[in-house]
Design a protein around this ligand. Sequence first.
Ligand SMILES: Cc1cc2nc3c(=O)[nH]c(=O)nc-3n(C[C@H](O)[C@H](O)[C@H](O)COP(=O)(O)OP(=O)(O)OC[C@H]3O[C@@H](n4cnc5c(N)ncnc54)[C@H](O)[C@@H]3O)c2cc1C
Length: 287
Amino acid sequence: MITAAFDYHRPGTLDEAIGLLSEHEGSAFVIAGGHSLIPMMKLRLAVPEHLVDIQNIAELSGITVSASMIEIGATVTQADLIASDALFEVCPILRETALQIADPQIRNVGTLGGNVVNGDPGNDMPAIMQLLDAEYVLRGEGSTRTVKARTFYESAFFTVREESEILTAIRIPVPPSGHGHSYQKQKRKIGDYATAAAGVILTLSGGKCTDASVSLTNVADTPLWADAAAKALVGTDLGTEPIKAAVDAARAITNPASDGRGPADYRTHVAGIMVQRAIHAAKSRAA
Ligand SMILES: Cc1cc2nc3c(=O)[nH]c(=O)nc-3n(C[C@H](O)[C@H](O)[C@H](O)COP(=O)(O)OP(=O)(O)OC[C@H]3O[C@@H](n4cnc5c(N)ncnc54)[C@H](O)[C@@H]3O)c2cc1C
């Protein structure tokens, strides 16, 4: 299918891009990698009159790692995340997750910003951003604000971002050194979105879990931060009982659709299995 006609803009600065979005508010869309937006345009589910391409804006690219904070520009691609050894050293779950997104061609072009801001419950990075307690930097005309990933998503394809705002960067607190991590994703085939997926990070001390975070992908209208599941792990030895309690708590907050990936009860069941596997893998990796 062919998209409806649109005007294409390729600004060189953020101010110019924000100006274009404000000038054409309601009829202009940002385009980054285009791997979610262009299929939507071909299906006429999105019909922008103006496309504002942000790939030429230098200030939106780049990865910075400091002692306590990681900052990733919105146009950093999934391939860039995989390639960054500095990032892998402090936050290896980003590479592990990016490697499970789509295929190499899509990862070469699809951006972290597009993935997290799109609001598609099937995207993998939003749950990872909730897991890591990331925040999103949003710039509008004359305004900058930050929003926690845990409060950003309202329902499928709806977020708190205003139409005239551009996501400029993602900020992630550096997880504790020696933490264990895992992102477990069940999909029908390579390149598919998740039937259900779960991320876990945790810290161990003296054989006990001292800190944990759990999140889920594609088992509700939004990514899910499973706070109760994490609380079921903290203070325990991560034995059979606390893991079962975490799995039950995670399953209790799911509300998946019945679709081509399976009936809702099956997807809830799979979500629990992914949580269980992610806890075991994270435990085995924790120092
Ligand atoms: C065959 C296929 C398989 C895929 N499989 C997976 C998968 O398994 N897991 C997964 O997570 N993803 C998957 N994807 C999605 C892919 O990773 C997308 O590229 C990504 O989700 C969106 O990034 P993008 O840069 O292409 O964004 P775009 O398509 O350019 O934009 C997506 C949306 O975000 C908006 N937007 C983009 N950047 C900004 C910004 N900085 N500020 C404000 N708004 C912005 C756009 O206006 C648009 O509404 C798949 C895609 C395809 C085509």
